[in-house]
Design a protein around this ligand. Sequence first.
Ligand code: AMP
Ligand code: MG
Length: 534
Amino acid sequence: MTTLADLEFDNRFTASLAADPATANRPRQAPDVAFSRVHPTPTSGPEVIAVSDEVAELLGLDQAQLASEAFRDMVSGNLVLHGMDPHAMRYGGHQFGNWAGQLGDGRAIILGELLTPDGSRQTLQLKGAGRTPYSRSADGLAVLRSSIREFLCSEAMHHLGVPTTRALSLALTGDQVMRDMLYDGHPALEPGAVVLRVAPTFIRFGNFELPASLGEADRLRELTDFTIREYFPDLVGDDGPIDAETVIAFYRRVVESTADMIVHWQRVGFVHGVMNTDNLSILGLTIDYGPYGWLEDYDPDWTPNTTDRHGRRYRFGNQPGIGQWNLAQLGNALFPLVGDAEPLQDAIDGYVDRFKAGYGDMVRSKLGLKTWDVERDEPFTIELFDLLRAAETDMTVFFRRLADVPLRSDDSTGVDRVTGLDEAFYAPELVDDELRVRWGRWLEDYAARAAGEGLDDESRRAQMNRVNPIYVMRNWLAQEAIDASTAGDHWGVTALLDVMRDPYTERPGLEHFASKRPDWARTRVGCSMLSCSS
Ligand code: AMP
Ligand code: MG
């Protein structure tokens, strides 16, 4: 029988980069270091609510280990295993477009880098495990509602095929945490929780920006060398030099993976909500699930984040542009290592091409088509997205219903086909005759295009249903699970985790999870409105 004591760690980040010489766990500036060692704060009544079996398997954890008291203690911050090296990373960031200086892991504590059965290393990190030197005036804790949201969404995104950090477990701490959920002067106690997150690394754009902004040239160099050697080894030989060329090649990779990640977000209707540069992963993984949301009615101007309600900087339709803006900040940070702006500019210019190509291909695949020609197809997609906006239309339901619309019809106006889409409309009364005629025309056009490619209904449907999920982490579904869990019943979390394991396959009995937003959720806090308070 194996125990957690059998786990092996290889903490390359802390072994390779500059450690904070100060050890006091109080808020402070920590100049010229990459991280500060800090232990999680023990909790009073830890209880594991949910575990992701897939992540357990990835890490090589068996049933005996998962069922142990040591596991409960490890995932809630009460046990640091031999071989772990707990620490908080130091990084900065641009928040809502403004440089914010030193931020760092204020409530995330990395336990160590685990050697997994497939030979990879996975970094284990607790979120909500207490104060660190980077907590500033905050408490280092996380509440149950936001932890449920992070746990479930990380796993849902993975199964949707979106690059993301993972989550092994969700645990209650037994402690109460004070939060003013809407920042409106109504603080209340809420149950505290911890999520154990997993990723090859949690290095963000902000890790590079901070040393660059302070002229910490050696720290910037070490971090970049480390990142390239560990996570982009094909860009250098074993001990090959890391020169300006290599740094540019590395930057190009980040440009590409970030563009690709955002194409996926637009495909599934995910709105990150806080795309600050401290929340963008150097590996192009979706990271830091805070006030994120899922598009229900298709609205590119929508953001779930009430903290951003005025500028709407991080609204759905703005995510591609913000990706580029954030990459430009990373490019600035890497400049001292390149010494020439032109190749960096060149690389960032490549973002638009990469994104456009990926986006076109993504829309093509959502429509089940085989060929795509920007000139011909752009007006066609513009009309589609205009129509989706014209009357509140559920994006997820729409693409599944579109897959079912038959291409052959006796009605040459196409209007009779529109009834096949009715389920996607939140307000059918808004879909008046004029709109139906427009939809009919669009469907005619679509049908002609698909037929021209020789597609039959069956193969088109199968292809579309592979890229258009039926189950997504709808805001109100997460809220239902949160309400139940807060009342002590964690079944909803387990059920949702299970549904999201296979988001493309329709299964009988799961109609609830595929249905569009119910009326109660339209303006409910936690569903359409979330703040950064978590
Ligand atoms: P976020 O917007 O959640 O990515 O957080 C921005 C910064 O604030 C990061 O440095 C976080 O670690 C920090 N932070 C957020 N919430 C807390 C908290 N409750 N305690 C300590 N630090 C926090
Ligand atoms: Mg963050």
